[in-house]
Every structure is written in C-alpha cells, then in structure tokens.
Ligand binder design. Structure first.
Ligand SMILES: Nc1nc2c(ncn2[C@@H]2O[C@H](COP(=O)(O)OP(=O)(O)OP(=O)(O)O)[C@@H](O)[C@H]2O)c(=O)[nH]1
Ligand SMILES: [Mg+2]
Length: 413
C-alpha cells in the first residue's frame, strides 16, 4: 500500500493552577506555535490542579484518559504548555506510551527553523543542546519516541546530537564561536554610538507587527508574516524623521509568555540590542484579546535583560483590526500612539511623539571637565553612555551621550 505522509497531530495539554481562562488562552497560543512548527492540534485539554504534578505534570488518572484519547484521535503525541523537568518528561511519556513535547522544545524547534544568520543558528543550537544535555540521562526511551519530528531538528534541518560527550564538545565549540561573533557585534555597535545618530529599538510580543513597522518607517522589505518568531536576527536600518533628524531603527526578536530560559541566555547578545538604544518603541497588537498580558510579558522580559531607564513609546498597532471604542492604556510608557503599520494610519502621530521624546532624552557632549569636577564625571559615567575618556593636563576630556536633563543641570551644553 502507498504510504501517505500526514501532518503530525497532537493533543495540547495545560495545567491550570489559578485562572482557567488564562490556561485556555495559552493553549490557543500553543496551537499557533504548533502550526508554525508545521504540525496540527486535534484537541485542547486543561486540568485544574493546585500545582503541576511533580512526577507526571498532569495527574496520573488524566494521563491515562489522554492515552485513550490518543488512540481515538490517532494522534502522534501530546504537547504540554510548560517546560517539563527531565523526570516529568520521562514518566509522562512512559505512562501514555507516546511522544511528549513541551512548550520549550516547540519554541526551540521554531527558532531552529527560522534562524538565518550564523549567529542566530549558533545561538539556537546552544539552547537546544543545553536542553537536551540536561535530559539525556535515563531518557533513552522518551527521546527515541520523538522519532524524526519536532524536537529533533537543529538549525538548517541538521539532526541534533544525542551523545553526551559529543554534545559537550560541540557546546564548547559553539560558545567560542558566539564569543567571536559577540565581539564583532560590539564593534559594530560602538561605531554606531560614536556616530551619535540616535537608535530606536522596536520591541514587542511576537507577531505584534514590529517588522511591518520597520518596513514602513525605513522603506525596507524585511520578512513580515503571520507566523510566530518570523524575525530572529536583529536588523538595523536608517530613516530620516520629518523634522530632519536621522535615526536608526532596530527590529528585534519577539517575546512570548514563558520564553525558555535557555533561549534567553543563548540569545542574550541579540536580545540586548535594545539595551544600547536611546528609545524603546514598544509595539503591541491592539486587536489581540491578550494585549494586556502581552504588555506585561514584554516589560518583564526587558527588565530581566537589564533594559531599564529608557524612554518608552508604546505603539498600539493593528488599530484597523481593533474593536471600536476599545481603550488602550500603558501606564509605564512615556508616550502612546495608535497606528496601523499596514495602512499607515497614525504614523504622523508616531513621528511627532518620537521626535518629542528624542528632544527630551539624550544629547551628545564632547567636553573637558576639570579634575575638580569629579562628581560630574561620576554622574556622566553612571547615567550616560561613555564613548571615550582621555586624561589631559587640565582635566578629563569626555565624549558621551547623556540625558538631556543632566546636561542642562550641569551646564554641559
Ligand atoms: N491588519 C493589520 N495587520 C498587520 C498590521 N501590522 C502587522 N500586521 C500583520 O501581522 C503579522 C505579523 O507582522 P510582523 O511584522 O511579521 O510581526 P513581528 O512583530 O515582526 O513578528 P515576529 O517577527 O514574528 O516576532 C503580519 O501578517 C502582518 O501583515 C496592521 O497594522 N494591521
Ligand atoms: Mg518580525
């Protein structure tokens, strides 16, 4: 008989420890992730528990129910909406005698499929190998159940390594490579800082419309599509604002609820692009029912990355799709605008708020500060971005970008 290749089918499973609504919404997102990875969901299951079962994630009774459901739906396995511990993964896979995927494997799989640059691919492979390495011992059976689908693909469709010693060697090699790439990235960034052109970083939840906005602002043509994590590698493009100010916009990888820690660590150098920006442009999909939760995730993630103390302009995007009369508020932002990156509506407001914030934010100084002014020097080091410091006979020559408020307070402009 002819073998027909069918799309992998999964049952999606979540444990609700509080708000059940949130657990269902999170499964909807998990289904989007699964589709992006090229598989399909046949049914969603939520179990209410005080906390996930320590040894099997869901309760044993529930697991046996799911085992029956797997037969009825002829599904390939299940996807759990949290990162499972090595023993949860093993025990659950043994109980249901089928493939168990967790949220982390799924996200890593998508990243592997979307990485384009050498840095992106290396970062993903590091995250994947670290995840595998911590789960190899005693996991032979559960791993072999993964077969050849989700969870086994490295960047560029390479097969992921399964031997502990080989993994360790490979991790060392990849980490060295990342160090080299990081140096190159730092150099490029330093060149940018010296040129004194301000930078705005577009950050936001995945699929919010960051790349679409970058394309509109800079007339570029980078990939923007209705997929989660379409962008992995930061892209920087220049633009000139209506008032004549030149500016650099950087598009970055999107965030998601429960972003795997391995991934944050591995992607730190690209995620941190926003750390060196003068302004954060926070893009939100205002047509998404979960917009409020998305905002929270974005603020939590940027705080985790140490990106604080920068002016934030929140862009409520996709206003063409948002429900009429909906109220969008972000109390953490310094400015808020409503736009559609797709139709161009509201872009003028965005420009004028951005120009206002830029004026209020940072200025470039090149000053000789006498040695008696050490307190001022300390302030510049603390609050500004230092480009260079040279010790001369009469004092320290400092080149830096500093907050406009500090510059005027200390008479540096
Ligand atoms: N209707 C409408 N669709 C939009 C708008 N902005 C973006 N989109 C669509 O939303 C989808 C996601 O847009 P992207 O620009 O790829 O989103 P992103 O934030 O870069 O997403 P990732 O790179 O995956 O994190 C695409 O299908 C866009 O066409 C908008 O203002 N209105
Ligand atoms: Mg994008």
């Amino acid at each position: 008989m002819e073998q027909i290749d069918k799309t992998e089918q999964y049952i999606l499973v979540a444990v609700a420890t509080g708000d059940e609504e949130l657990a269902w919404a999170s499964l909807t997102e998990l289904e989007d992730l699964l589709k992006t990875a090229g598989a399909e969901a046949c049914v969603h299951v939520v179990q209410n528990l005080d906390h996930p079962d320590r040894s099997t994630y869901i309760g044993k009774g529930k697991a046996l129910e799911i085992k029956e459901m797997l037969e009825i739906y002829e599904a390939d396995g299940i996807v759990c909406d949290d990162e499972l511990s090595p023993s949860q993964l093993r025990n659950l896979s043994d109980l249901i005698e089928a493939k168990v995927i967790d949220r982390t494997i799924l996200i890593l799989d998508i990243f592997a499929g979307h990485a384009r640059t050498r840095e992106g691919k290396t970062q993903v492979e590091i995250a994947q190998l670290r995840y595998r390495y911590s789960r190899l011992r005693g996991m032979g059976e559960a791993l072999s159940r993964l077969g050849a689908g989700i969870g086994t693909r490295g960047p560029g469709e390479t097969k992921l390594e399964t031997d502990r010693r080989v993994i360790q060697k490979r991790l060392k090699l990849l980490s060295d490579e990342i160090e080299t790439l990081k140096k190159a990235r730092d150099t490029t960034r330093r060149k940018r800082t010296v040129s004194a052109v301000p930078t705005a970083a577009l950050v936001g939840y995945t699929n919010a419309g960051k790349s679409t906005l970058l394309n509109r602002l800079t007339g570029s043509d980078i990939l923007a599509e209705d997929k989660l994590f379409a962008t992995l590698d930061p892209t920087t493009r220049t633009a000139v604002l209506p008032g004549g100010q030149e500016i650099l916009f950087t598009d970055t990888v999107g965030f998601i609820n429960k972003l795997p820690h391995n991934l944050i660590d591995a992607f730190r150098s690209t995620l941190e692009e926003a750390k060196y920006a003068d302004i954060i442009v926070h893009v939100v999909d205002s047509s998404d029912e979960q917009a409020e939760m998305h905002c929270k995730v974005v603020y939590d993630t940027i705080r985790d990355l140490g990106i604080t103390g920068k002016p934030v302009i929140t862009v409520w995007n996709k206003i063409d799709l948002a429900p009429e009369g909906a109220l969008f508020r972000d109390f953490e932002a310094d400015a808020s605008v409503h736009i559609s990156a797709k139709t161009g509506a509201g872009i003028e407001d965005f420009y004028s708020e951005l120009e206002r914030l830029l004026r209020e934010s940072r200025v470039y100084i090149d000053k000789l500060i006498p040695y008696s002014g050490s307190a001022v020097i300390a302030e510049i080091r603390k609050y500004g971005q230092l480009i260079s410091e040279e010790y001369e006979a009469d004092g320290v020559r400092i080149k830096a970008h500093i907050p406009a408020a500090l510059a005027s307070k200390r008479g540096l402009v």
